[in-house]
Design a protein around this ligand. Sequence first.
Ligand SMILES: *[C@@H]1O[C@H](CO)[C@@H](O)[C@H](O)[C@H]1NC(C)=O
Ligand SMILES: *[C@@H]1O[C@H](CO)[C@@H](O)[C@H](O)[C@H]1NC(C)=O
Length: 280
Amino acid sequence: MRSIRLRGVLLALAAFTLALASFSIYKNYSPAPFFPENGQTISSSQKMGHEGADQIIPVDESEVLRLRKKVRVFVWVMTSPKSKQRARAVNTTWATRADRDLLVYMSSEADPSLPAVGLSVKEGRNHLTAKTMQAFDYVYKHYFHKADYFMKADDDTYVIMENLRYFLSFFDTKEPFFTGRHFKPEVKQGFNSGGAGYVLSKEALARLAARPKDPPLCKEDGKGEDVEIARCLEKLEVRILNSTDSRGRSRFHTHEPVKHVIKGVSWMHNYDANVVRVVS
Ligand SMILES: *[C@@H]1O[C@H](CO)[C@@H](O)[C@H](O)[C@H]1NC(C)=O
Ligand SMILES: *[C@@H]1O[C@H](CO)[C@@H](O)[C@H](O)[C@H]1NC(C)=O
């Protein structure tokens, strides 16, 4: 029993597509400009080059609580009956730092023990788009007014909720944008990797949920969920928000930390919208 649980936790950590790897909250930190290419900015608090931007301070619990109320992040975790163990590992690790009223697991079978919502979709790679579209529709229907941001994560994604809220606190959720690990190919403005998790603003979710279905504007099923969602959002004039920090460091990651930091992922250099940095 204990070893199963332990294995589950290790699995989540190993398969770790660690979102937001900055390990502490930065004081006076300011993120990169919102849409640097046309100079449009969202909030006046977004200024670059603050002194002390890199000073790492211990996490201040009161700040954590303040942000938790101010930046309500809804998270849905994509899982399946086969990978229940991963979902359990999420449940006992980073999900405890999420708002429990704002977190659901999405599967093809309902599981009240998590709890997981049972969507009427087929499992498998070829149906991830349907699962994602339906999940966002469900979230829109049941949680739209309860949160400010809406994140999709996988059951092997690890999210540091505090850092995510802090990052998002600099933006205006009424603007149509989404953010994550920004890759260049496939879609004109690129797409956000599914495995690293991505976040939609409230306006982005509203537009996605209101997408025309007859005839369909977007692909409602198929593989390549992250690309299809991005294609759809682009048609709905939802833009990608640059998630790197003012010094170009990444916040969303597709692989386990050691690969990003030390070994590097060779294909990513041509794929990433930003400069990929590795130590060696
Ligand atoms: C998941 O977490 C919730 C909230 O803490 C808990 O009620 C539920 O029993 C957990 N489920 C599993 C399978 O770990
Ligand atoms: C994102 O912001 C960083 C830091 O300002 C900048 O270096 C980078 O070019 C931007 N990326 C894109 C795709 O605009």
